[in-house]
Ligand binder design. Structure first.
Ligand SMILES: *Cc1c(COP(=O)(O)O)cnc(C)c1O
Length: 411
């Protein structure tokens, strides 16, 4: 009989979202008239910008004409899209990134996981706690960890706790790790990194020849003028960082699928024979072998994000969600709760009141307000005592949910 990858058996059995669904449906069954509002999901709710739609429609029409039809495109993505990205997202911010260092893909989630293909199996790996679960689970699947303990921590991973005391930015380890996952603006806490904090990570990584895997999926939500948008705004980052970006959250592409990964040509890793090998070549080989590119219409849709209309429309989309976030922050604060995030990210991270556990607060909110959020403990042991509220929803739902919370919690 064929054997399996036993590492999959180490994974915690998809606990968080199934457990939320189970509790919500049990409550809904017992209270069929309760108008439940879900502020738990990390998916966008508003439709695709018109500029992206029009570009995609036109691209589909081109595909219907023999003269303009296209088959396989470059595995790395079309140059016209990579040039726009390099110019708007990087060079305009003073980052020395060339289009040839950008790889277009169908998602940051898969890139974050797939990137492990080009690294060895004996690296020490650091993640923040709480964290986007994809970084952890993909390392478990690749056999980079031991078993999980009852706090949900995997043996062999280095967990860097983030909490209100350290402004949700991890203290930099005093020992060497080889790979470090950073996500700013952060999911789930909504925190941002200052220039000083990111520069300190880059300095650490260069001193230890470590690689930073920088997830900037929420870059478009940054409102503070002083907050860096890219790791490459930091001196020396070209020598120690890979950056992941996505059109999912800023342009509403979660159902369309387009993202990008930047692998600078100056980035190297160590081969078994002790020689330095460029990671760019390895990732190019990986993508060319296992990936056949993002569809032409989707890349045209992504390109339209950089048109004048596309810029205005994606700005409006982000402003809409950030107004939701403002309402959530203000109303929860008025209800006497302590909140973090929600200023440069579409997530508000709430301290549970009266020392309630994350799940007890989940139940309380569901039963008294019919509002669903996400227990912080689901993102890691150090998320216990916190709760994530997402700003991805209609204005009516956000206003109604916050009205209910202030009614019940205001003393
Ligand atoms: C939503 C999200 C992404 C984007 O994933 P896609 O696969 O591009 O849709 C990446 N990282 C984090 C932390 C996210 O929340």
């Amino acid at each position: 009989m064929a054997t399996i990858n036993d590492n999959y058996l180490k994974l915690k059995a998809g606990y968080l979202f199934p457990e939320i669904a189970r509790r919500v449906s049990a409550f809904a069954e017992a209270n069929p008239d309760a108008p439940i509002i879900k502020l738990g999901i990390g998916d966008i709710t508003e439709p695709l910008p018109a500029a992206c739609r029009q570009a995609m429609i036109q691209a589909v029409e081109e595909m219907g004409d023999r003269a303009t039809f296209k088959g396989y495109g470059p595995e790395q993505g079309y140059l016209w899209l990579r040039e726009k990205i390099a110019q708007h997202d990087f060079q305009a911010r003073g980052c020395d990134i060339d289009p040839s260092e950008i790889f277009i893909s169908d998602g940051s989630k898969c890139d974050c996981g797939n990137i492990l293909d080009i690294f060895g199996n004996d690296n020490s790996i650091a993640v923040t706690d709480p964290v986007y679960p994809v970084y952890v689970d993909t390392n478990v699947m690749a056999g980079h960890t031991g078993p999980v303990n009852d706090r949900g921590e995997y043996e062999g991973l280095v967990y860097l706790p983030i909490n209100a005391e350290n402004s949700f930015t991890a203290s930099i380890p005093n020992h060497k790790v080889d790979l470090i996952y950073l996500c700013f603006p952060n999911n789930p806490t909504g925190a941002i990194a200052t220039r000083e904090h990111l520069q300190a990570w880059v300095n650490y990584a260069r001193a230890h020849s470590s690689i930073i895997l920088f997830d900037a999926a929420y870059e478009g939500f940054i409102t503070d003028a002083s907050t860096p948008h890219s790791i490459y705004e930091m001196e020396g980052a070209r020598d120690c960082a890979i950056e992941f970006r996505s059109f999912s959250k800023n342009a509403g592409f979660t159902g369309i699928r387009c993202a990008l990964t930047v692998v600078p040509k100056s980035l190297v890793g160590k081969a078994a024979d002790g020689s330095d090998v460029a990671l760019h070549g390895l990732w190019n080989r990986r993508q060319s072998t296992k990936f056949n590119g993002v569809s032409y219409p989707v890349q045209r849709g992504a390109e339209a994000v950089y048109s004048a209309d596309g810029q205005a429309q994606t700005r409006a989309l982000i402003d809409f969600y950030m107004e939701n976030a403002r309402i959530i922050r203000e109303q929860l604060t008025a209800a006497g709760l302590t909140v973090y995030g929600g200023v440069n990210a579409p997530y508000v991270w709430v301290k549970t009141p009266n020392g309630l556990s994350s799940w007890d607060f989940f139940d309380k909110l569901l039963h008294t307000c019919h509002v669903v959020g996400t227990p912080g403990s689901g993102f890691g042991a150090a998320g216990e005592g916190y709760f994530r509220i997402s700003a991805f929803n209609s204005r009516d739902n956000v206003v109604e949910a916050m009205h209910r919370v202030t009614e019940k919690f205001r003393r």
